[in-house]
Structure formats: structure tokens, C-alpha cells
Design a protein around this ligand. Sequence first.
Ligand code: PMP
Length: 455
Amino acid sequence: MSATTNAAEFERAQRSIPGGVNSPVRAFRSVGGVPRFLVSARGPYVTDSEGVEYVDLVSSWGPAILGHAHPQVVEAVQKAAAHGLSFGATTPAETDLAEVVRERVQAGGVHPVEKLRLVSTGTEATMTAIRLARGFTGRDVLIKFAGHYHGHSDSLLAEAGSGLATLALPASAGVPAATAALTIVVPYNDLAAVREVFRLRGDEIAAIIVEAAPANMGIVPPAEGFNAALADIAHAHGSLLIVDEVLTGFRVGAAGWWGLENAGRPVAEVHQDAPDAHHVPAYVPDLITFGKVIGGGMPLAALGGRADVMDHLAPLGPVYQAGTLSGNPVAVAAGLTTLRLADAGVYDALDAAARTVSAAVSEALAEAGVAHSVQRAGNLFSFTFGSETAPRDYVDVQAQQGYRYGPFFHAMLDAGVSLPPSVYEAWFVSAAHDEAAIDRIIAALPAAARAAAGA
Ligand code: PMP
């Protein structure tokens, strides 16, 4: 018998931590009930404070592509830790990681990450990217899309999907109106709206920031050619395109969403006079942000891109950015080892697990008579309830019958499957989700689908 319960832990946590959690979605606000307090994780499983094991479809919100506590990653972390936890000085391994990222993120021989700066969280990566875009262009205005989440820095919290959507908040208190006024929020997948904003204010706009494939309002993939059109529009006005791959980078494929979108395009589509190139990217972002997988489960994130833009960062340039723990040796060891292990076989396993699980969920919901759509971006997927029409933007997503998700979520949890505790989040598989784990998910689905139908 376990010495504690999740309910007792939640009581205790709420006495000394706001809401009992250190990140809002963990509080189960939108699905109700008591959060599971986790004590260990291995492969596709997590175990809570009562000793109950769950198949995990959260995967730490993305990092755990190899499954939890992969032995080689753990060994690399232990070895690095034994050599010192933090130096606050340069290390050879940071350059190794920059080189690995520069090499991996390529399509058609184009490497958009010419230089890379390591930070500790995705929030820092996007916050720094927009400061850099502002410093480089000498402009202040930023465009973001409704329902896209880029972390919790002041400029990026307007209509930011994810945790704010879960709590039904349009924005955060505490963001100065003057800062919010510099962020123009545009409906997603709406190029006409983007063009109109540029027509009106093009010479004030420093950058467009976009999730490579949005995954923080559930999954809403970009319309064909959308990201490339954003690059064209931004560049025509002297603005930058920041592609946020914090969530998709190194998860949906070796070169992230940009790699998926741009690999394998026949050269004739864009470049008839370059017969030697087999694939030509449709667009090249000026800056790309990374997080999650790049740190292999440790606090590590990065921004990278055009050398001339990146060189505006201190100490070379006037845009200041720094971090006591930036490039932390233990985090770098976890990230490097994870990326080195994430080969084609790992991405095949992730894709196969995603296909099987998403198809099984859809089948169970259909069987129970629950109208839904399956949303996919590579191996990321989510479901919207109440309509078979795939949402194209945040307004569509919010129109769904979200109340069906709570009962579905709890039926799965009771059957030993841990889903993201919000209908606005993606589901995350890992390469460790083997047949046994997937069978447990499939076995739990019929009752959960019936619970959704009865909601
Ligand atoms: N950008 C995207 C696309 C994200 O999904 C997230 C986190 N879910 C972030 C930025 C912020 O990253 P972090 O939570 O590490 O600050």
C-alpha cells in the first residue's frame, strides 16, 4: 500500500503552491478531478503517488520521443552530472549540439539554422527571437495568430490558446496595455487578413511569429502553402518570419515541420533553372525556435536562423540576451543523446503509433455515435468533438462540444491511460509505445467513447 494518495498530495500542494501546480494545465481545471502526482516514468508508462501505472500520452508535453528514462539518455545525464552540474562557462558539447541542429534541420541542401543560441525554455526562445527581430529590423510591431501559443512572455500572451483556452481567458492580467498593443492577433489560415495588416502597417512590422503546425489549440494544420506565403509577405515588407518549432521540432520529423513541409518537393515546382537540386524549400524561415525534444526532457531550448540576424545578439550585436544556466552541461548531454538516438527508425515508430492510436480513437468515437474530427500534423494528433468538419482556426476550435472531453478523459484515466488534461492539447506518443501499451489504450476506448457520447 502506498503511504499517500493523489488527493492528499493535492491538498498538501495547494497549501504551499498556487493552485497546487507549477504550470496551470496540470491542475485538471477543465476536466475536473484530482491531478495524478507522478513519482516515476519509464518507456511509455508513468506511475503516480499511489503506485498506479498509466500509459502516458502526454510525454512531458513533447520531449519524451524515445519514451521516458531512456537508458542511454539517463546514462549520458549521469555521466555529465558527475563532471559538474553547471559551469556558467562555454563547453565543447554546446558546439556539438549547435552542429547537430544545423546539420539536421535541412531540406534540399538548405540549412536555415546557420547559428544557434541555447536558452533554457521555449518561452525564452520565442521571447528572444522577437527581441532579436525587433532589434534587427528597428521595428516594434509583431503579428501572431489567434490560438497559437509561444510561451508566456508579455508580447505573446494575447489569444494564446492552450492553457489560456483551457481556463477560458482571452489574455493574461499583468501584461501592460502598451506591450499588448504592439502584438496584432490575426485569424489563423487567413492570408487575406495577413495581407491586409501588412497593407495598413507593413513598415512597422518586425516579424510574423507562427507555430510551424499549431498544436496548442488542439492540432490545426496549416493550409497548403500557408507558411510559404507568410515568408513571402513578410519578406516583401522587410519583416522577418519566425517559425516556432518548440513543439514540432525534432518530434514530427528529423528536421521538424519545416523539414516535412519542404522535403521532397519537385524542383520544377519552384526552380526550373536549377536542374541539379532535387528539392528546393518553398520557404526559409529567418528564425526558428526549438524546445522540448532538443533538451531530451531537461530544461533546454534554442533559437537559430540566419547568421546575419543571429549575429545581432550580444556579444557581437546590440540585442541583449543571457542566461546563468544557458547551455547547461547536463541538459546539453540529454539533448545531444536524444537527437543522436532519434533516427529514421524512431520517427517510423512514432508515426506508426500515432496512426494506430488516432485511428482507434476515431473508430471508438464513431461506434459510440460521437461526431468528431481527427486533427493531424505528422505524428501529432488531437480530436474535436461535435462536428465532422475539420477546424481551420481558433474560432472553429472553440465552437466544439468541449464538454464531451472531461468524461472521455476520466474514463481513460480510470482505465490506466493518461491523456492531456484539456481538449486544447495535442496527444503525444513516443517510440516506446509498443504493442502492449497501445493495446491498453485500445481496450480503454469503447467505454470512454460511450462516456463522451453520454455527456
Ligand atoms: N512555443 C510552443 C509552440 C509551445 O508549444 C510551447 C510550450 N508548450 C512554448 C513555445 C513554450 O515553451 P516552454 O513551456 O518551454 O516555455
